[in-house]
Design a protein around this ligand. Structure first.
Ligand SMILES: [Zn+2]
Length: 331
């Protein structure tokens, strides 16, 4: 897939394509923003463009280099970061020590060597300082792409060595339009766009079955929050690891947001065609009698507050507790 075809914010694409065409792509790049999947995809496609056998300044997506890179099976494109099941919070200096000799060596099979750092904000200070030395004078064939949703946590010394590219969230309306044009039914497209956090790439890779299973779990929490005196949003989740807890809470809050919106719409006798969870209409109507529009508005506001707290990497367990206390008070 050429760069021009990935679904990310247009300005980033234009800037990258122009830099490639002029042969002036900086060796150290910082991708930041909330579209994590969009950033990762772009980093891979850019690595293809730097190694493509058929195209000069873009990726064909079909030659053997392009294909190997997308499968993470190309020795000169190296993805670095903590694995999902890794309990460590930071990437230590040992990992930069491994990078250093490789960064100086000529590429083995490709034209350029690319290091992609996922969640670059997790680098320890020592690791960042060691990396800085390489970033200062990289060989012309070595590129670094640092990806982060938290640029503020990247040391200023590193940031100043990198050319920044901001991946802005894509407007949900645009995502809905794209999904519909790809054949998704409008109701499904609206829910997916809302869960996709401004990332078309995320929307397109969503597993609908999984969304529905997760939504069912969230819906059970939601119902018990409204109907029971003691609702437990926290307990079922506290046993999970902190990274999982963050993900679970984020998923629940995204669904809660859609439930609150739907309930409010029903409270105000709005157009039922606009419901984000039309299949839950009857169950929602049952809950409607137990809540007020103010409660729904408060819920929307709080869910958004929790989501933005999670984006800023605030403590997920405290955020969950805060939500619980605030919603209880409102009931
Ligand atoms: Zn190619």
């Amino acid at each position: 897939m050429p760069l021009s075809e990935i679904y990310i914010h247009g300005e980033v694409k234009k800037a990258l394509l122009a830099s490639l065409a002029m042969g002036k792509l900086a060796n150290s790049l910082l991708f930041f923003g909330q579209d994590e999947l969009g950033m990762k995809k772009t980093a891979l496609v850019l690595s293809q463009a730097l190694n493509c056998e058929r195209m000069e300044n873009d990726a064909c997506g079909e030659c053997s280099s392009c294909r190997a890179i997308i499968k993470n099976n190309f020795p000169d494109v190296i993805i670095l970061g903590l694995k999902e099941d890794d309990d460590r919070k930071t990437l230590g200096i040992d990992f930069v020590r491994e990078v250093r000799p490789l960064a100086l060596m000529k590429p083995m099979v490709g034209k350029n060597r690319v290091f992609i750092f996922e969640e670059a904000e997790r680098m320890s200070i020592e690791a960042a300082n060691a990396l800085l030395k390489i970033l200062e004078e990289p060989p012309f064939y070595t590129y670094f792409i640092l990806i982060t949703t938290n640029p503020d946590l990247i040391p200023a010394t590193i940031r100043s060595r990198c050319r920044p590219f901001i991946f802005k969230a894509i407007n949900p309306e645009i995502i809905v339009g794209e999904l519909i044009s790809k054949g998704y039914e409008p109701g499904k497209a609206r829910l997916m766009a809302l869960l996709a956090q401004g990332s078309l790439e995320r929307a397109l890779t969503m597993d609908w079955e999984r969304i529905i299973t997760q939504r069912q779990k969230a819906w059970q929490f939601f119902q018990s929050m409204i109907t029971e005196d003691n609702f437990f949003l926290i307990d079922p989740l506290t046993s999970s690891k902190s990274l999982d807890f963050k993900r679970d809470l984020e998923m629940i809050m995204r669904h809660f947001l859609t439930f609150f919106r739907d309930l409010l719409l029903l409270e105000e006798n709005g157009d039922e065609n606009l419901l984000l969870n039309p299949d839950l209409t009857d169950e929602m109507k049952g809950l409607k009698l137990q809540v007020t529009p103010e409660f729904c508005l408060k819920g929307i506001e709080l869910s958004q507050e929790i989501l933005s707290g999670l984006e800023r990497n605030l403590n997920a367990k405290l955020l969950g507790l805060y939500f619980y206390v605030q919603m209880r008070r409102k009931k």
